[in-house]
Ligand binder design. Structure first.
Ligand code: C5P
Length: 217
């Protein structure tokens, strides 16, 4: 079987993943799947139903009730329970809890299966473990890095009025303690610290042209 037409965009919060992934989905017309939103949706459901973030088995059961699909837009995007993403997914409560939810291996295994289903026909997929776990045979693997100060500044611009750097630091620490989110040997690392959006997309498109010929303008 030929490898899926998946462009994996991995990296830490605020490294510029969403902006790049959206831009690449537009350029290639592949579906855009932000896997962070899936963990956030599970977090919202757990908070609403009072499920303990330490109870991996209960979270896995809850995960099985969530419905993820793709919209009919061009390019298609992740849809959660039949709707595109909602603002509650980025609330401070979710921000403070999501890393405690994502650390459970049973939850991660279910997420991986759901993400493979969403991406099998081709997708630009962003997350932390797309190249390492979800689509290890993705032909394009891009790993974004950026200075912590820049990452916090970008998040603050997206979420005005929140105490971003503390939340980001706490999330980084939990994320790092559970999974070694590291670039794969065949990933291309792009440092977005000094790059604007256009330059980041141009650098990534060069990789796509080389590794997925015919998919990028
Ligand atoms: O990408 P975003 O910052 O929205 O992700 C929110 C959280 O979801 C991360 O801090 C991490 O705990 C979890 N996550 C993950 N694996 C992914 C995507 C997100 O563990 N592929």
């Amino acid at each position: 079987m030929s490898p899926p037409r998946v462009i994996a965009i991995d990296g830490a919060a605020g490294s510029g993943k969403s902006t790049l992934a959206r831009g690449l989905a537009r350029a290639t017309r592949l579906a855009y799947v932000n896997t962070g939103l899936m963990y956030r949706a599970l977090t919202v459901a757990a908070l609403e139903r009072g499920v303990n973030p330490n109870d991996g088995d209960a979270l896995a059961e809850l995960m099985k009730t969530l419905r993820f699909s793709l919209t009919g837009a061009a390019p298609p995007e992740l849809s959660i329970e039949g709707s595109p993403s909602v603002s509650s997914l980025t609330s401070p409560a979710v921000e403070a809890t999501v890393s405690r939810i994502s650390r459970h291996l049973r939850v991660r295994a279910l997420m991986r299966d759901a993400q493979r289903t969403l991406g099998h026909a081709g997708a630009v997929m962003e997350g932390r473990d797309i190249a390492s776990v979800v689509f290890p045979d993705a032909p394009v693997k891009i790993y974004l890095v950026a200075d912590p100060e820049i990452r916090a500044r970008r998040r603050a611009a997206e979420r005005p009025g929140e105490r971003i750097d503390e939340a980001l630091r706490a999330r980084d620490a939990i994320d790092a303690s559970v999974n070694a989110f590291e670039p794969q040997p065949d990933a291309v690392i792009i440092d977005t610290t000094g790059l604007d959006v256009e330059a980041t997309i141009a650098a990534a498109l060069a990789v796509v042209r080389e590794r997925l010929p015919g998919m990028a303008p």
